[in-house]
Design a protein around this ligand. Structure first.
Ligand code: FVH
Length: 319
């Protein structure tokens, strides 16, 4: 493609994620300008055809779209701070892990310098960048998301949650929370099985199979919580209370920590004591959701579920 018509993109930060992202843009035919605090990390990309900027400001000035897969909020502030004067008319896509508050703060800061801002969360590993396995979440400028949708999809399938710049970080943390609960449950199980001679490696395939089945249960759980309708479930609070109680008893008898499941038992006990023992397990949601606001209305996720890889992943219509 002639250089004049070649689409341009800038990547600030060439760590494990940034390096893959810049490489994906080069492969997709973009005129890719790169900058990294430690300049040598750009060498391989320059050999691949990237243009090296010697400062972040030079990199920002090189094109309309600035992608920043930096370490964290501080790194983004430190990299973009000296480039502030070059930001006017640019669109910044901040992909560093952060908090909703930090994302909103940066959006305000970018707006103050005349830049459009999109905050992203990368649900991917370095090796799944630019593959169907990874996916990125976005919140912030609708105009930026629409204008640069094609570029965003070079990195990963893109999901947009709305104009709140903090919304991608909230969804990122929600997904992390879901994963942490499952992985901590697995580690507890591995501790439990040690004394009976089942190694974690031997148990892992079984656990993975079980989790895949559990994932298929999510749409039902979501419907019940979304509609606050807990009466037609087959798996009741009391049934699961007994199950968790058995797990706790076994853990104690085996000298295994009960810290992972005590909080769940406490929630189930409260539901039962409140007269909801025959409600569906999902009714625990009533104890978790924000009190007095956020009545579960229509789910914000307007999509559905589709099988991708080994499990189910949410997909969203219209974006
Ligand atoms: N790696 C992973 O598996 C996960 C996958 C999910 C998303 N996370 C988040 O992605 C962000 C980037 O992570 P990363 O793995 O690419 O991180 P590093 O390889 O450590 O690269 C960090 C880059 O940030 C630059 N940097 C750090 N501090 C500063 C600073 N003060 N000023 C300017 N640049 C800075 C660093 O530069 P250098 O050390 O090479 O000079 C790298 O380019 C992150 O939010 C993960 O949580 C990754």
């Amino acid at each position: 493609m002639p250089e004049r018509t070649q689409p341009r993109v800038t990547v600030l930060g060439l760590g494990r994620m940034g390096g893959r992202i810049a490489s994906a843009f080069l492969t997709a035919g973009y005129r890719t300008t790169v900058w990294n605090r430690t300049a040598a990390k750009a060498d391989a990309l320059v050999a691949q055809g990237a243009l090296r900027a010697s400062t972040a400001a030079e990199a920002v000035a090189a094109g309309p779209l600035v992608i920043a897969p930096l370490l964290d909020h501080t790194a983004v502030r430190q990299a973009l701070g000296p480039a502030a004067a070059a930001l006017r008319g640019r669109t910044v896509v901040n992909l560093a892990n952060s908090t909703p508050e930090h994302a909103r703060e940066l959006a305000g800061w970018a707006a103050g310098h005349g830049a459009d801002y999109l905050d992203g969360a990368m649900m991917a590993l370095p090796e799944t960048v630019a593959t169907p396995e990874g996916f990125f979440l976005y919140g912030g400028s609708q105009r930026a998301f629409t204008t640069y949708r094609r570029e965003l999809e070079v990195m990963a399938p893109a999901h947009y949650f709305g104009t709140d710049p903090g919304s991608a970080e909230i969804h990122d943390l929600a997904l992390l929370g879901t994963g942490y609960a499952a992985l901590t449950g697995f580690l507890h199980a591995a501790a439990l099985l040690g004394p009976v001679g089942t190694a974690p490696e031997a148990f892992a395939p079984l656990a993975a199979r079980w989790l895949r089945g559990m994932a298929e249960f999510l749409p039902e759980l979501a419907r019940e919580a979304g509609e606050a309708s807990y009466t037609d479930g087959v798996s009741t609070v009391d049934l699961n209370r007994a199950g968790v109680d058995s797990l706790l008893q076994l853990s104690r008898a085996s000298g295994i920590a009960t810290d992972v499941h005590e909080p769940l038992k406490a929630l189930l006990d409260r539901r039962s004591a409140d007269g909801h023992g025959q409600d569906s397990f999902s009714s625990v949601f009533e104890l978790l959701r924000a009190r007095g606001r956020l009545r579960p209305g229509p789910p914000r996720w307007r999509g559905g579920w589709r099988r991708r890889g080994p499990g189910w992943l949410p997909w969203r219509t219209g974006c």
